[in-house]
Design a protein around this ligand. Structure first.
Ligand SMILES: Nc1ncnc2c1ncn2[C@@H]1O[C@H](COP(=O)(O)OP(=O)(O)OP(=O)(O)O)[C@@H](O)[C@H]1O
Length: 299
């Protein structure tokens, strides 16, 4: 999509309407139009092409291109304010929720531009899930209801037995099942911070995303919870492509296959200075600014 930053902004409903009957994603069970397994869909590649982004007349990203391989974990690293979160939000069309936000470029999910006028916003959000910095379960809803919340929002109906299977499989994949299986009706708000974040991951998985975006998912958590989430991510990467924003270089090194280093020079929009295999980026970066950043000399 190419959008003139001076043009009127798009109006996007905060909660998209449910899809019309029969228009569901093709991976659903054809007999019932529901997903019985809770397993994420087939692995998908995500490719950003020449992404430029503005807030009003402030350009914050300039022609950023990046391929995020299917089944890989891509870490977006860089100092504060260089546009990592903006880039991440562009990957599932959340950027356009900000009234002054504009963008140019394309985001291809397995070769198809999610910004194509023929594509529905709800399909992009279903296929490309998001986990935020601060765990945000619905505190008064039960653990079970939290996992199923996305189905409600997308208008997906399912028999009770299938819901139970889905809740279990998503909590297993989110690495939380063993801790909560005996109290699924307890409120989500009663869990610890790390458990709440894993509940949010389980909730994202229930609508069967092909890509999971994670914006500093461990920054509010203690080291033990962080390690549990990292293990969960490594397990999930077998089934879903993951893109994570992190300020924690050890975390980027531990979990990611590839890294992209973002930087915004004084008064300039953010760009990708260097990207590639994580080990190579940490051991032998090509750009001296990458070397300085990954070695903690700035940022
Ligand atoms: N909603 C918004 N309205 C206006 N400007 C914004 C908005 N969100 C971000 N920006 C600006 O866009 C630029 C990039 O911000 P962004 O949050 O994407 O950077 P970041 O690299 O993720 O930073 P951090 O690591 O601190 O989260 C910054 O100059 C920021 O002030």
């Amino acid at each position: 999509m190419t959008t003139d930053p001076t043009a009127d902004t798009m109006t996007i409903p905060a909660v998209p309407p449910p899809p019309p009957p029969g228009a569901d994603v093709p991976r659903l069970d054809p007999a019932t139009s529901i997903d019985r397994s809770g397993a994420p869909g087939s692995l998908a590649e995500l490719e950003a092409r020449e992404i430029t982004a503005w807030f009003g007349d402030h350009k914050v990203l300039d022609r950023v291109s990046l391929t995020m391989p299917a089944g890989g974990i891509t870490a977006l690293i860089g100092p504060s304010g260089c546009g990592k979160s903006t880039f991440l939000r562009i990957l599932n069309r959340m950027h356009e929720l900000v009234p002054s936000a504009q963008l140019a470029g394309e985001v291809l999910l397995d070769g198809e531009d999610i910004y194509d006028p023929g594509k529905r916003l709800i399909d992009a959000r279903r296929a490309i899930g998001m986990v935020f910095q601060k765990p945000n379960p619905f505190p008064a809803m039960s653990i079970r209801e939290n996992v199923l919340a996305g189905l409600k929002l997308t208008g997906t109906r399912m028999p009770r037995g299938d819901k139970d299977d889905l809740v279990e499989s998503c909590l297993v994949k989110g690495g939380l099942w063993n801790e909560v299986k005996d109290r699924l009706d307890a409120p989500g708000g009663g869990l610890s911070g790390g458990q709440q974040q894993r509940l949010c991951i389980a909730r994202s998985l229930a609508i069967r995303p092909r890509v999971l975006l994670m914006d500093e998912p461990c920054s509010a958590l203690d080291p033990t919870s962080t390690r549990v989430i990292e293990e969960t991510m490594l397990e999930l990467a077998r089934e879903v492509t993951i893109v994570i924003v992190t300020h924690n270089m050890q975390q980027a090194a531990r979990v990611s296959d590839q890294c992209a280093f973002f930087l915004a020079s004084q008064g300039q929009p953010g760009v990708i200075v260097e990207h590639g295999n994580t080990e190579a980026m940490f051991q032998s970066p090509q750009d001296s600014r990458t070397y300085d950043y990954v070695n903690g000399r700035f940022g």
